[in-house]
Structures are given as C-alpha cells and as structure tokens.
Design a protein around this ligand. Sequence first.
Ligand code: UTP
Length: 289
Amino acid sequence: MNIRKAVIPVAGLGTRFLPATKAIPKEMLTIVDRPTIQYIVEEAVASGIEQVIFVTSEGKSAIENHFDYDFALDTVLHMKKKENLAEELNHISNLIDIVSVRQKKPLGLGHAIWSTRNVVGNEPFAVLLGDDLVLSDEPCCRQMISLFDDVQESIVAIQRVPRDQTKSYGIVEGKPYDERTYTVDRMVEKPAPGVTDSDMAIIGRYILRPEIFSLLEETEPGHGGEIQLTDALLKLSRQRAMYAYEFQGTRFDAGDKLGYLKAIIAFGLRHPELGKEFRKHIKQVAENF
Ligand code: UTP
C-alpha cells in the first residue's frame, strides 16, 4: 500500500503564542519569507504526497487562502509587470490538491485526525503537525514513507530529549529494530517524573494505518480533557506492530516562542539568497550583545 494522503491538523488554539495568535493562525507566522505551513506542505509535496487534508477551525481561513488562487492579485501583478512574483504565487496555489475538514470542537489532536476519516478512507496516510518544522536533507515525511514501504505498519517519528523535558511529550518505550528504528512496546502521554526511563519523544510526523480511526472513535478524553492520539496509538500498538523512527534532521516546535526563534535562525542560515549575509550578522550579534 502506498501513502498518497497527508493530514495536516491546524485547528489548535495556539495559546502558547498569544498575543501573536489572537487574529493570525500560528501556522501563518513567517519563517524568513514564507509561513510555517508552507514549509510543511512543501515537505509533503517533496515526499510524493498527492493530496493534503487540512483540519481547520474557526479563524484559520488565512491558511486556506494562502494556498488558493487569487484572481484579483494575479491580475494586478501582471498589470504591474511583476511576472516573477505572480509566478511564485501561482506556484504556491498549484503545489498540491488540498481539501479542508472542519474540527467542530477543539477536542484534541486525536479528535482532529478522527475528523478526516471520510476523506482519508481505508488507506494508510501521513500526519504532519502544522506547527512542527523539520530541517533535513531528505524530507522527514519521505524518510518515514521509505520505512513504511518495508514494514507496512504505523510509524511515529521520534527524537531524543533531555530527561527533564519528557513530561512535555508523548514518550515511546521500545526495542531496537535497526539503526534508527525501534519496535514500540509502550507509549505514555506527557509522563510525570519516574513513570518512564525512556527519552524517545514523539514529534509531529506519523504514518498511520486506517485502523486508527475506529480506535480514536472509542478513545475517551485523556490528558487535558482532550482525545489523545497517543492513547489510540497505544491501543493500535497492542493489536499490530508499530515502529518508532529516529528521523535524520532537526525539528523545531514553531508553535512555541523559543522554538520559533530557533527555527528562524536555522532556516535563515540555510536560505539560498540571504544565508551568507545572515551568518555574518549572527556572528557580529553574538560578539556584541
Ligand atoms: P498543540 O499541542 O500545539 O496545541 O497541538 P495548540 O492548541 O495548537 O497550541 P497551544 O498548545 O494552545 O499553544 C498540536 C497539533 O494538533 C493540532 C494543532 O493545530 C497542532 O498542529 N490540534 C490540537 C488540532 O488540530 N485540534 C485540537 O483540538 C488540538
């Protein structure tokens, strides 16, 4: 089975980034010259995904507009002979086939994914969280799809985190399968100190088999009163094999203020036109402040 569809949940409230996110979705905050969400859609496209399914909520229409064709703007840009800009904007709207599904209540990530069941149907799919950026040579989603081609089972992307940070993540316990892959034994959402020895934290990339939908349907609200994806994943891992994959690359939580700043620096340094000048500037700033 091939992975053709990617679900990108963007229905969260973004309370960690207030007041910036009062009127603007956090996924529309800019990293160098494009909104966070564009990097994520570009990762999906570069991974061979054919259709993106956004899970949206009230106030997120700017995200849909960003990927839409804007006839008035296109006409004005052509009149002003700004052909390159017009082409770049059309490139964004032509990137991929996009469908939107509304999450009617903010009941958590698990509920957001469950909302896409009728659009995804009975096939495995990728999930890319709308505020989690990965900077890597090979797109993180493509690395995971390559692993799925071998194992044909659900996969969560993981990174090692310091022990004092495990309480902020879903944590996986498992056994080595190959160099970067583990078979999942247990998962726990935001563990209190002492609950687990593992430092393998789940980040915002998943490949899920469609069996996850019926498990989400029967999952009761867990941590924070939300329907937790981790709880349904744990049930799925008891029914069939599941893998944790330590991806190659660096991940940034762009929904968090410090993570966002770190992402701007990293993406700025790697920018093809601005990178060189920006590197010089960063060195000067580090010396003078
Ligand atoms: P977060 O934990 O980052 O929550 O959600 P949030 O609400 O977006 O942000 P904060 O914590 O209030 O600042 C992880 C992912 O799950 C989506 C978010 O959009 C984000 O991509 N999500 C979360 C939903 O789609 N629906 C929800 O009900 C909750």
